[in-house]
Design a protein around this ligand. Structure first.
Ligand code: NAD
Ligand code: TYD
Length: 351
């Protein structure tokens, strides 16, 4: 049976990915996650030890641990999600971003290179990256494609761009079989509530202020997380080795539109008079260096691998708002910090 190393799968996208991949059932999945503030074992707890998913708490920068895992499990696929992922945190301090996103990626690439050098087989390193490496679009610009030049603007996107370049270099120099996926903003269940959509939903539930940066007219291209994960599964099954694929929902929305859509849904769900939660919207100071617009043209992925998004934001957003309502105990454990203890409760003291 195939064995996949999945890094960072106690986080948002990785947790959704492991769910889909475990349901496919044709690989053993080993999750490596350091459980930083963004990692929550609760996101995948019901999958661990249940058949084909195993969890290892550890740091992708730990070269000894990573090479031990390769020796033990003889992975033929790596799906690399682990990262520091929040732009605002990267502005406050870039150190952890350089360490995990750049150094950690180099550690994984080298472990894969050394392990696969001596073993024949269909190996693949799938690097999960972001549209933000391409910088910011003007309103009249066409969406980004696989040919767009790298122009990262934030410490986060610069660290992801550096990781992409390492993947490319390992491929070019050592022949490491790799694919890079650059995806737009995701939304869906289990997203850490520092990101726009879950933050606004949870604040609106509680009647807290909804902080919109600057004029709120920045544009993001929103994709449901399951559609992103299905794109990654399609790349694993039939992607061209050496390729980059851009992934997006062709769903450009301003931030203020997203927030207005959320408050409408929350009012409806909670039976509040229309307009109640809109009063919580506050325009606050803009993010330094804030990228104005991202958009992706996923035509190549659609053409080559037959991928299409199955969710539309207009029908999926109410479902997502409802998910956060029904899982507000999960969100509350994050907000109170109690989720940090979950690992100890399940596995005893942390190493
Ligand atoms: P997340 O912040 O929710 O999760 C990151 C996970 O990585 C956490 O579980 C964390 O514990 C783990 N991690 C962090 N540092 C680690 C380390 N040194 N060793 C091992 N594990 C570590 O992030 P996400 O939103 O799920 O994003 C996953 C990947 O997808 C990232 O690489 C991100 O750049 C990329 N991406 C995200 C989006 C998005 O909209 N969220 C869009 C495109 C691409
Ligand atoms: P975010 O979810 O942090 O994703 P990214 O910065 O990677 O695109 O933010 C999405 C957009 O929402 C971005 O333009 C910043 C904006 N934003 C706010 O206006 N207020 C907030 O409180 C947050 C977290 C984000």
């Amino acid at each position: 049976m195939s064995a996949w190393l999945i890094t960072g799968a106690a986080g948002f996208i990785g947790a959704n990915f492991v769910r889909l991949a475990a349901a496919e059932g044709n690989a053993r999945l080993v999750v490596l996650d350091a459980l930083t503030y963004a990692g929550n074992l609760e996101n995948i707890s019901e999958l661990i030890g249940n058949g084909n998913v195993e969890f290892c708490r550890g740091d992708i920068c730990d070269a000894g641990l990573v090479s031990e895992l390769f020796a033990k499990h003889r992975f033929d696929r790596v799906v690399h999600f682990a990262a520091e992922s929040h732009v605002d945190r990267s502005i406050l301090g870039a150190g952890p971003f350089i360490r995990t996103n750049v150094e950690g990626t180099a550690v994984l690439l080298d472990a894969a290179r050394l392990s696969w050098r001596d073993r024949a087989g269909a190996h693949l390193f799938l690097h999960v990256s972001t549209d933000e490496v391409f910088g910011s679009l003007a309103p009249e610009d066409p969406p980004f494609t696989e040919q767009s030049p790298y122009r990262p603007n934030s410490p986060y996107s610069a660290s992801k761009a550096a990781a992409d370049h390492l993947v490319r270099a390992w491929q070019h120099t050592y022949g490491l079989p790799a694919i890079i996926s650059n995806c737009s903003n995701n939304y869906g269940p289990w997203q850490f509530p520092e990101k726009l959509i879950p933050l606004m939903i949870l604040n609106a539930f509680d009647g807290r202020e909804l902080p919109v940066y600057g004029d709120g007219l920045q544009v993001r291209d929103w994709l449901h997380v399951e559609d992103h994960c299905r794109a990654l599964l399609a790349m694993l099954a039939g992607g061209r080795v050496g390729a980059t694929y851009v992934v997006g929902g062709a769903c450009e929305r301003t931030n203020i539109d997203i927030v207005r859509g959320i408050v409408r849904e929350v009012d409806q769900l909670r039976g509040r008079p229309p307009g109640t939660s809109a009063k919580l919207i506050r325009h606050v100071a803009d993010r330094p260096g804030h990228d104005r617009r991202y958009a992706m043209n996923a035509a190549a992925l659609q053409r080559e691998l037959g991928w299409r998004p199955l969710h539309s934001l207009d029908t999926a957003l109410p479902v997502v708002v409802r998910w956060y309502w029904e899982n507000r105990a999960w969100a509350e454990r994050i907000r109170s910090g109690a989720y940090i203890d979950y690992y100890e409760q399940q596995y005893g003291a942390r190493a």
